[in-house]
Structures are given as structure tokens and as C-alpha cells.
Design a protein around this ligand. Structure first.
Ligand code: PEP
Length: 248
């Protein structure tokens, strides 16, 4: 029922010409992959060129952030309708870097989720605990709050949840398959409480130092439906290997 969902988060990397170079090498390498949802989230400045390169391919375009108002005097912000207009199908909301550096709270994240959904965007909602929270036994309460508040007053359609333990992002320290599975199972239960059986159609993906070396064992976890990849999505060869993971 759920297809593997593999997304690249390029963060603040790649100019327009670097985006073109990446995509012209990447697209032919994955064009035969029909059974995976492949998503790329370049920086805002590369969305237009990426939309052009990705048209008529099996790869969908995502943005890394969005504002919750439709238009108006919000200098520097980008609205959901602007993202739809440029060809985005998804937007990443609530990434830990946005929570940490730009003070996005669960309430702000929820406003963004609702605005994005209203405009017709799919939403990749990021939740995850930091090291101190994990070590003091707060992982599940952080996930519960992130999911419940992040999705407050929304339905389940077009939602993807990214479990991203903050201690694993960009650190080279990956959650073990057991740690990931345990968190994903917890999130699935939480979604069932909110949405009943319909929760089973929501993809729950893992993010945090995913590489070609650990992708196969992560994807073998029962409740892990895909991955959100930062660093290893910047090189064509490694992201191709991740998209073409081996089913163990
Ligand atoms: C991310 O930014 O969502 C991420 C998981 O980064 P990395 O793969 O580099 O840890």
C-alpha cells in the first residue's frame, strides 16, 4: 500500500548551474526506477531550473520551507501558492535546522502544514529528539508532541512524516535500525490514534546520516517507508545508490 519514498534535502547547497549538472547526470540513472517516489528539494533559487529539468520525469520537486500566509508584506518569505506555481509537489516543514536557527515552534510548524495542505502541497513534516532528550528518556514525548501539534486540525492526506533524530543529522552518527524501527512504530501508533486505519497510508521516513552503506539495512525495517537524505544526496553516485537500494 505504501511505496518507498526517498527524498533529497539539499539545504543551502548548489547554485543553478550545479543543480543543472546534478540533474542531467541523475535523471537518466534513475529513469527505470518505477516503484519508488523520488523527491528532490533544492534551495529556492534552483526551483525554477529544477522544475524545468524534472518535467516529464519520475522525480518530484519539493521546497525546503514555506510561509503560512498566502501573500502580502512578509519580506523574504515564499507562499504555498508560489511553490505550487513553480511546480513543487511537496514542501519540507519543521526541519530541525529551522526549529533551531529560526525558532520555529510546533505552532508555527502547524500553521505552515495547514497552509501548505490547503494550497494542495504534500507535506514532509520533520520531528525528532535531540541527544539530551534521548538520553533522558524523552524521545517518545517529543515525537508525540511533534506529531500531534504539527498535524493539529489537519487530515492525513498528502502527509509524510520524517523521523529525524537531531543527534543523527549531519553527524555521521546514524540511528541503528532498531532505534529507527522503535521510533517509527511509535509514530505509526500515534497516527492511528489520530486518524484510525487511514494512518496506514502515511509514509514514515527516516533522516539522519543516511548513506549508501546503511540504506539497505534501514529500508529493511518494517515500519520504515523511506528516507530523507541530506549530505549523501549532494553527490549523484551516492544518491543514485540510495534510490536504488537493495531489498534485503
Ligand atoms: C537532513 O537534513 O534532513 C538530514 C537528514 O541530513 P544528513 O543526511 O546530512 O544527516
Amino acid at each position: 500500500m505504501r511505496r518507498p519514498f526517498i527524498a533529497a534535502n539539499w539545504k543551502m547547497n548548489k547554485t543553478v548551474s550545479e543543480t543543472q549538472d546534478f540533474l542531467s547526470a541523475f535523471i537518466p540513472e534513475v529513469k527505470e526506477v518505477k516503484d519508488v517516489d523520488i523527491v528532490i528539494a533544492p534551495p529556492f533559487t534552483s526551483l525554477a531550473v529544477a522544475a524545468e529539468e524534472l518535467s516529464n520525469t519520475n522525480i518530484k520537486l519539493a521546497a525546503q520551507n514555506v510561509f503560512y500566509e498566502e501573500k502580502g508584506a512578509y519580506t523574504g518569505e515564499v507562499s504555498p501558492l508560489m511553490l505550487i506555481d513553480i511546480g513543487c509537489k511537496y514542501v519540507i516543514v519543521g526541519h530541525s535546522e529551522r526549529r533551531q536557527y529560526f525558532h520555529e515552534t510546533d505552532e508555527i510548524v502547524n500553521r505552515k502544514v495547514r497552509a501548505a495542505k490547503k494550497a494542495g502541497l504534500g507535506v514532509i513534516l520533520c520531528v525528532g529528539e535531540d541527544l539530551e532528550e534521548r538520553e533522558t528518556g524523552k524521545t517518545f514525548s517529543v515525537l508525540e508532541k511533534g506529531v500531534d501539534k504539527g498535524l493539529s486540525e489537519t487530515d492525513y492526506e498528502g502527509i509524510v512524516i520524517a523521523y529525524e533524530p537531531i543527534w543523527a543529522i549531519g553527524t555521521g552518527r546514524t540511528a541503528t535500525p532498531e532505534q529507527a524501527q522503535e521510533a517509527h512504530e511509535f509514530i505509526r501508533e500515534r497516527l492511528r490514534l489520530n486518524y484510525g486505519k487511514k494512518a496506514d497510508s502515511i509514509c514514515i521516513i527516516y533522516g539522519g546520516s543516511v548513506t549508501p552503506d546503511n540504506i539497505d539495512s534501514l529500508m529493511a525495517c518494517k515500519d520504515l517507508d523511506g528516507v530523507l537524505v541530506g549530505g549523501a544526496s549532494l553527490k549523484v553516485e551516492s544518491f543514485v545508490r540510495i534510490v536504488r537500494f537493495n531489498r534485503l
